[in-house]
Ligand binder design. Sequence first.
Ligand SMILES: NC(=O)C1=CN([C@@H]2O[C@H](COP(=O)(O)OP(=O)(O)OC[C@H]3O[C@@H](n4cnc5c(N)ncnc54)[C@H](OP(=O)(O)O)[C@@H]3O)[C@@H](O)[C@H]2O)C=CC1
Ligand SMILES: CC(=O)C(=O)O
Ligand SMILES: [Mg+2]
Length: 421
Amino acid sequence: MSKKSTTDQEALDYHEFPRPGKISVEATKAVETQKDLSLAYTPGVAIPCLAIQKNPEDAYRYTAKKNLVAVISNGTAVLGLGNIGALASKPVMEGKSVLFKNFSGLDCFDIEVDTQSIDRFCSVVTAIAPTFGGINLEDIKSPECFEIERRLVEELNIPVMHDDQHGTAVISAAGIINACIVTHRKIEDLKIVVVGAGAAAISCARLYRKLGVREIYMLDSKGVIHNGRSDLNAYKREFCAGGYMTHSEVFECADVVVGLSRPGTFSVEDIKTMANEPIVFTLANPTPEIFPQEILKARPDAVVATGRSDFDNQVNNVLGFPFIFRGAMDVRARKINDEMKIAAAYALADLARSEVPKYLSELYGKKIKFGKDYLIPKPFDKRLIVEISSAVAQAAVDSGASVMKDFDIKAYKKELAKILK
Ligand SMILES: NC(=O)C1=CN([C@@H]2O[C@H](COP(=O)(O)OP(=O)(O)OC[C@H]3O[C@@H](n4cnc5c(N)ncnc54)[C@H](OP(=O)(O)O)[C@@H]3O)[C@@H](O)[C@H]2O)C=CC1
Ligand SMILES: CC(=O)C(=O)O
Ligand SMILES: [Mg+2]
């Protein structure tokens, strides 16, 4: 497969024509007569306003809040492109909005906030939060993203999740669970190298530990993170290797490498020294740390995944955020906790191991079957919304993140199945 599956001009044309951008707003009520206008606007609109003033819960009844997510970025870590600014991040945020709508039926506004100050960013998000039923933070650089998410989760009573952290953690965890099955490994025996020590890397490594992984080495732009370094923030310090180790040493006999950094941060020479059937996830976007064909040339026994849509095994948070928010919002969870993330990871892994519907094989032009080249479901799998959102909703109810009474997962699954019909 060539390194470039689409041309730059195709990408620009897609975004420009037939009208600029990727999203629009649609009305859900008719406003065609004087009577409609009197109901939708003044005087009729005053009635739900006053109802909501009296009982804020009524916002979920009379407005679009229940089904509306905000994708919010300050453009400081856009894909792997770096700090390109709020405005330049807009195509990515519009893209996430489209994916919310198409894959989970959630409506979405993208909001680009032009500030690098944690205080200012949090006060903007807090101020606009009443509009939304959930807030997906996106492409905010580390370490600021950790403090931003912590504060907003604490302050707001709707689900807030930094997608690059937790979406990525859930999907890569699902990929690792299934790669272990394919290569006959136990998760608790894995030696994992995480290349990158930013938003995605730290949260992925935290989730791997929660799944039972004991041996994790992390690298940042200065090398291996170890006790002897004095330049580490508190988040990186969680992943200190005991003593000094070289870059090459951590790769020796490693079972898994997860790249969450930028192109070229590790090499095929590193992969050559890994264990048999190495699990190699090169997840930097848009350009992976190493392209799959180079990995497979050096190590034909490798199990490989990227974050991109044009290769097999797309380990990308698109498999997470639409469904995690759908499940969390439908049961009015106040938070997205670890139980919900772990439930999502196992549900994703399980789904990949079940028989693949014919329409997916037709869409991808080949027979798709669980194995080395199909570790993780395809984004167009219509069962994702049913299986992942229901697992998340059930975990929210079981863990107390939602106080919903009488949650009926069977009935909920039936409702979910109707969304993409
Ligand atoms: N597939 C997917 O679903 C996702 C992929 N990603 C991708 O992961 C990458 C990182 O994203 P994110 O965590 O948000 O960004 P951050 O800016 O938070 O983190 C980037 C990290 O890369 C590290 N890095 C840079 N150069 C090197 C190097 N030579 N060796 C080792 N580490 C290095 C940085 O080190 P330092 O701390 O020293 O600066 C930093 O820790 C991006 O390419 C992004 O597209 C992110 C989310 C989802
Ligand atoms: C996929 C994604 O969110 C990223 O690369 O930043
Ligand atoms: Mg992102």
